[in-house]
Ligand binder design. Structure first.
Ligand code: C5P
Length: 407
């Protein structure tokens, strides 16, 4: 399930240095399967050429309400009726004030005003200097625009093109993409608290060495992102991975299985859903040396002994909340063969209602995967797709289960 696939968006650019990010955004939207019609104000064309935006969107850009390409010469009507949403990024202070007053003296504001207000949402990504952003006039305008039903995205914080530092930067293209995916995602987990574990664990032998595994954490991070986009409040307990935190997700970094168990036990009291995707190390060295274990030149090798790690999922699944049904637990199984048999056995052993099987060697580190959803009734295959799409599919499936809707 890809929420932007097949959506038609009008991407409006008003004048601001953040126009350069609109180029990336346009690319990302197209890559997500949307079609994009770019409309630019005169001021926007000072920052970015229409040629660039045409090349990225694959469609001629509209810059004038007098564009003769439209048979009826009503670009503002035609463009706004075709759209699933209008996204103005960047939205300058001046453009936002024009929207607020219903101004319509050029094509972009004209088509925003002319849009069917109940069926074509308007989403704006403000971009301006920090003083302009914090000015009471702008803040008043934002409050009124929200009250008028405009979906106003947050602004970023940091260095600004003018050399100042503060609030008012436009969100990065990837962050806006995330917000747009969330906007179009059915809010099936609205208000639910979801706890996800992801990545490998690292079990120290000494201060510089340890054992770990090849889990990249990508599947768990995609699930955390999808749950947030579906309206959940998400906490992600992550082992050592090299991944950015999904937007809007609270992240707790841990290293070892023991640390992960402690973090999960602390966080799970708030949760209604627990999804254990982490590849937790089965064993850890029974002691971790305080100092680096040195080679002594004799050819002797360290004599390591291991102890079994706690099973985090099984521990949580035995808690009163899980046993009473107040906490829905989902496990993962990374196997190399006989997926159905192993996943079925693992579900029973861990005592969880849903166990998600996947073939480890063909998915570790990759951006795609295929899943086998195993429950008490049987198994359902979810064919190979991006981890993003699979995560949304899984979240939809879990939401149906906790609402007791047949899956
Ligand atoms: O036993 P196995 O590692 O194959 O089980 C996989 C499932 O159990 C995954 O959901 C994983 O996150 C969870 N698990 C755990 N704690 C462990 C081992 C596995 O939570 N020590």
């Amino acid at each position: 399930m890809n929420t932007l696939a097949g959506k038609h968006l009008v991407l409006g650019l008003s004048g601001g240095i953040a126009c350069y990010k609109a180029a990336e955004l346009c690319r990302a939207l197209i890559k997500s399967g949307a079609t994009v019609q770019v409309v630019m104000t005169d001021a926007a064309t000072q920052f970015m050429t229409a040629v660039t935006m045409q090349a990225l969107s694959g469609r001629p850009v509209y810059t004038s309400q007098w564009d003769a390409r439209e048979g009826n010469n009503m670009a503002h009507i035609n463009l706004s009726r075709e759209a699933d949403a209008i996204v103005v990024a960047p939205a300058s202070a001046d453009f936002l004030s024009k929207l607020l007053h219903g101004g319509a003296d050029e094509l972009l504001s004209l088509l925003c005003l002319a849009r069917p207000i109940d069926s074509v949402p308007l989403i704006v990504a403000p971009a301006m200097n920090r003083e302009m952003w914090s000015n009471p006039a702008t803040q008043r305008n934002m409050a009124q625009l929200r009250a008028d039903g405009v979906h106003v995205l947050d602004v970023g914080q940091g260095d600004q093109a003018c050399g100042e530092t503060g609030d008012g930067r436009m969100l990065e293209a990837e962050e806006i993409l995330d917000e747009l995916q969330a906007f179009f995602t059915p809010q099936v987990l609205a208000g639910q608290q979801v706890l996800v574990t992801a990545g490998p664990t690292y079990e120290a032998m000494d201060p510089v060495r340890g054992i770990t595994n090849l889990s990249s954490g990508k599947m768990g991070f995609a699930i955390a992102r999808a749950a947030r986009q579906a309206g959940a409040l998400v906490t992600l307990v992550a082992g050592p991975v090299n991944l950015g935190t999904p937007r809007g997700v609270r992240r707790v970094d841990v290293r070892s299985a023991i640390d992960m168990l402690a973090a999960v036990q602390r966080e799970v009291t708030q949760a209604q859903i627990f999804i254990a995707t982490a590849a937790v190390a089965d064993w850890r060295p029974d002691t971790a040396a305080d100092q680096k274990i040195k080679k002594d030149g004799s050819g002797a090798t360290p004599q390591l002994a291991f102890v079994e790690n706690p099973d985090i999922l099984a521990t949580v699944a035995q808690s009163p909340a899980a046993q009473s049904g107040a906490l829905f637990c989902v496990g993962f199984a990374a196997e190399s063969h006989d997926l159905l048999a192993h996943a079925t056995a693992k579900r029973l052993r861990k005592q969880v209602p849903l166990l998600v099987g996947n073939i480890g060697p063909s998915t570790f580190g990759q951006d795609d995967n295929a899943l086998l959803l195993v429950d008490a009734q049987g198994a359902r295959e979810v064919p190979r797709a991006s981890k993003h799409d699979l995560a949304h599919e899984l979240i939809t499936d879990i939401a149906r289960r906790i609402q007791s809707v047949p899956v």
